[in-house]
Ligand binder design. Structure first.
Ligand SMILES: Cc1cc2nc3c(=O)[nH]c(=O)nc-3n(C[C@H](O)[C@H](O)[C@H](O)COP(=O)(O)OP(=O)(O)OC[C@H]3O[C@@H](n4cnc5c(N)ncnc54)[C@H](O)[C@@H]3O)c2cc1C
Length: 394
């Protein structure tokens, strides 16, 4: 049986690797630091070191793109801005609400009381799109955004970590790629050039499940076959912008219908439209709109040429927003997300089945990520909590 002093010595030298600097990785590091700092009151030397390895130069699938209008330089460099990954998130559980409090108080996180409509594009029979008022998001079903950008919260979380090192532009190689024997349950990780990244007591993988499958392949990970249980679908995102002096398309600017912030689209390859410049603390922006295509359509076209996809999305957007030559967008961009929405294979419509994190107690490896839950930001938090509980209880 471990006595208290040897247990605290073990914890003090504990090295934890997190693969992936998306929100799951950042929440996991934050909650790990908090869990061990609380323990520190009783065990002063309890200070594990955490390293996050992120292959890109910024945080995960939260993404903001902006472009400065060269024409408005005299007008304080106005920007177009698109949150082209997650647009907003929910906080249904008390724990996640509690976790968010700090950033709600500073205004970095803000509720978004969007006015939502449903829109059906113009068809051969109808001259213009049909816009119907649907709902207004409110405190009962609050949605939140991060300001001034969707990436701001990730950056703030990263800045506030004290015992965590983040190594951007570091792609971890599949665990089995470079021969290394586990010594005393420690795992040596390598980057893609075969350079050692160090030895770790715990390895937590938070990559999307297609990438997690490759990372853990042939490693002997005890839960390998479970990784493919949820299916992740693609999403194409269209980003549109209009110049300051330009008229906006009719569906956005129709005096007959109430103004709106979010549209759910029917009878189209498009799914959702988000008006960026109407979000809280976004009113300095030039007119900017983000449109997500339907996941089933995106998945079916995931390997298509991006220019062809962009042309199809633009045509659908033109039908929906109803622009003319004068009110056509001046800024057009398109992004392909290979991993966007999560579906559990066993899921029936009424079930809330989730996989949960995958733990290999023997090797001290955890596979986690939003896809182990419902595939959204709130799931990132829940999976982070599960991973921390697994390590602390171990
Ligand atoms: C188009 C779109 C719309 C969305 N809309 C919403 C929404 O409205 N509301 C909501 O709540 N959620 C939404 N989501 C989901 C939300 O963005 C995700 O749930 C969340 O960002 C996932 O975070 P994560 O950390 O689990 O994964 P990720 O953000 O994917 O992070 C995993 C990280 O691992 C890194 N990585 C992978 N392999 C390696 C490797 N070998 N070495 C090092 N690093 C590696 C990746 O670069 C990545 O940064 C949306 C997602 C998309 C794509």
């Amino acid at each position: 049986m471990t006595n208290h002093s040897s247990q605290s010595a073990d914890l003090a030298s504990l090295n934890i690797a997190i693969i992936g600097g998306g929100l799951t990785g950042l929440f996991t590091a934050t909650l790990l630091e908090r869990a061990f700092n609380q323990g520190q009151n009783q065990q002063p030397s309890c200070n594990p070191h955490i390293t996050i390895f992120e292959k890109s130069r910024s945080v995960g699938r939260l993404a903001t793109r902006y472009r400065t209008d060269s024409q408005t330089v005299g007008n304080h460099n106005k920007n177009w801005q698109w949150a082209f990954g997650a647009q907003f998130f929910t906080a249904k559980t008390a724990q996640f609400q509690q976790f968010m409090t700090l950033w709600l108080e500073t205004g970095l996180l803000q509720p978004w009381y969007a006015r939502v409509v449903s829109v059906t594009p113009a068809s051969d029979d109808t001259q213009s799109p049909d816009v119907q008022s649907k709902e207004k998001w409110n405190t009962l079903q609050a949605r939140y955004i991060s300001t001034p950008k969707m990436t701001s919260w990730g950056r703030a979380l990263a800045d506030e970590l004290t015992n965590t090192t983040i190594q951007f532009k570091t792609r971890v190689a599949p665990l089995a790629q470079y021969a290394s024997t586990q010594i005393d349950k420690k795992t040596e990780l390598f980057d893609e050039t075969g350079t050692s990244l160090g030895w770790f007591d715990w390895v937590i993988c938070t990559a999307p499940n297609g990438q997690a499958l490759e990372l853990m392949a042939d490693s002997g990970f005890a839960r390998q076959t479970d990784i493919l249980k949820p299916k992740m679908l693609a999403c194409y995102t269209l980003m549109l912008g209009w110049d300051d002096q330009q008229p906006l398309p009719k569906t956005l600017n129709n005096q007959a219908t109430a103004s709106w912030d979010v549209a759910y689209v029917s009878d189209s390859i498009l799914d959702r439209v988000f008006i960026e410049h109407q979000k809280p603390a976004h009113d300095e922006l030039l007119p900017s709109i983000t449109i997500h295509a339907r996941n089933d359509w995106s998945e079916a076209h995931v390997d298509d040429d991006i220019d062809g996809v962009k042309a199809q999305l633009l045509q659908a957007a033109q039908q929906l927003l109803n622009w003319t030559v004068d009110s056509a967008p001046s800024q057009i961009d398109c992004h392909r997300w290979r991993y966007a929405a999560t579906i559990m294979e066993t899921q029936n419509k009424d079930s809330n089945d989730i996989l949960g994190i995958l733990v290999d107690q023997q090797q001290q490896w955890i596979v986690s990520g939003d896809w182990c839950g419902q595939g959204n930001i709130e799931s990132c938090y829940q999976m982070a909590q599960e991973a921390v509980d697994a390590i602390v209880s171990h």
